[in-house]
Design a protein around this ligand. Structure first.
Ligand SMILES: *Cc1c(COP(=O)(O)O)cnc(C)c1O
Length: 354
């Protein structure tokens, strides 16, 4: 039966899969809800989005996504509080960034209402799937890709925008050990590093596999010219604490403008922690590790929120970080997640009620 929610057409699935899901033992992003949002770009415009049953997508073998990689995505989380109210975190920033990414890949930008109303409608329809357990959330994955046909190497004339959701447990278990990259690059000046493009991830997998074979969990990306500056931690932004100062690299062509990153900067400044947004030299971090002033390193991103680093490898040497009791990483993670889950006041106005 079809009906309208928030002016968006909803085609309900005939049955629910929710009873097959073990909500106490959720992995990350492995099971999907009953519905998805679907919106097609055809004849030069976006058609009205619809909520439809979650289902496979049928594409022509010549669809340009397969050949020329026009594909961008976002990652966000929805939370349910003790009153069963549903919350998002800075979702308009995800919308804006999706369009920034699309533009860089010569893909059409979405109207804000299609993204926001589509997202809210989908979350209302699949509300029962949003976990309440501590550390769990509904991971929300909006994405846009080229569905139009043709082997000609040019932008497609048709696209699909989809939002799929996966109830998820915590992303990373423990602390991670990282390898400072000296050969491969994630991004370059003038490139697509600032876009959340699927291809950026494809290019990261091989160097990351090599690091894993050497016993590390992730790669620390450095600048593509001389590998002298620290830029990102895997698919997360990076923070480094030297003495009491928290340092992160400035955003650029090469560095993704993370929503977690900018929230951490604001929370740290609010707490009176000295924050420096500046170039971080590899040799500075190695020196700090040697003289004991390197106190913490952590990655920041939606999936893990804050992912503490236990040590790093550089030029065949391993350096380990101290275990600090009152560390910034735990404070910042708690402060952010308390705001996200409506457990604390939100002086920044980041929380968004669905
Ligand atoms: C998504 C992503 C981040 C984190 O961004 P958030 O908005 O905080 O989730 C950082 N770096 C890269 C390369 C990313 O793809």
């Amino acid at each position: 039966m079809n009906h309208l929610v928030n002016d968006i057409e909803v085609i309900k699935s005939k049955a629910t899969k929710i009873h097959d899901v073990d909500f106490d033992n959720l992995a990350f992003g492995k099971v999907y809800t009953d519905h998805m949002l679907e919106c097609n770009f055809k004849n030069g415009k976006w058609e009205e989005p619809k909520v439809v049953p979650y289902q496979p997508i049928i594409l022509d073998p010549s669809a340009k996504i397969f050949h020329y990689g026009q594909s961008v995505f976002e990652g966000m989380k929805a939370y349910k509080d003790n009153n069963d109210d549903v919350w998002l975190f800075r979702p308009v920033d995800n919308f804006k960034r999706l369009n920034i990414s699309s533009k860089r890949l010569a893909m059409p930008e979405l109207p804000e209402a299609y993204f926001m109303e589509g997202l809210k409608t989908l979350l209302q329809v699949d509300k029962d799937w949003i976990p309440k357990k501590e550390g769990s959330s509904l991971y929300v994955r909006p994405f846009v890709f080229a569905s139009g046909k043709g082997f000609h190497a040019s932008p497609a004339d048709e696209y699909k925008f989809i939002i799929a959701c996966a109830p998820s447990g915590a992303y990373f278990a423990g602390k991670i050990k990282v390898l400072i990259e000296e050969k491969y690059s994630r991004s370059a000046n003038g490139g697509v590093g600032y876009a959340k493009a699927g291809g950026n991830y494809a290019g990261q997998f091989y160097p990351t596999q090599l690091a894993i074979e050497k016993g590390y969990n992730q790669v620390i990306w450095t600048d593509d010219v001389n590998h002298e500056n620290i830029e990102e931690a895997g698919a997360m932004n990076i923070f480094i604490r030297i003495n009491d100062t928290l340092i992160t690299a400035p955003t650029s062509d090469r560095i993704l403008d993370g929503i977690t990153r900018k929230s951490i900067i604001a929370i740290a400044e609010d707490k009176g922690i000295p924050v420096e947004v500046r170039t971080i030299k590899v040799h500075e971090v190695v020196e700090a590790a040697k003289n004991g002033s390197l106190k913490e390193m952590f990655g920041a991103g939606t999936a893990a929120v804050v992912s503490p680093i236990s040590g790093f490898g550089y030029k065949d040497k391993d350096f380990s970080l101290p275990e600090l009791e009152n560390n910034y990483a735990s404070y910042l993670k708690k402060r952010i997640t308390d705001i996200q889950t409506n457990k604390a006041e939100d002086p920044f106005g980041w929380r968004y009620k669905v």
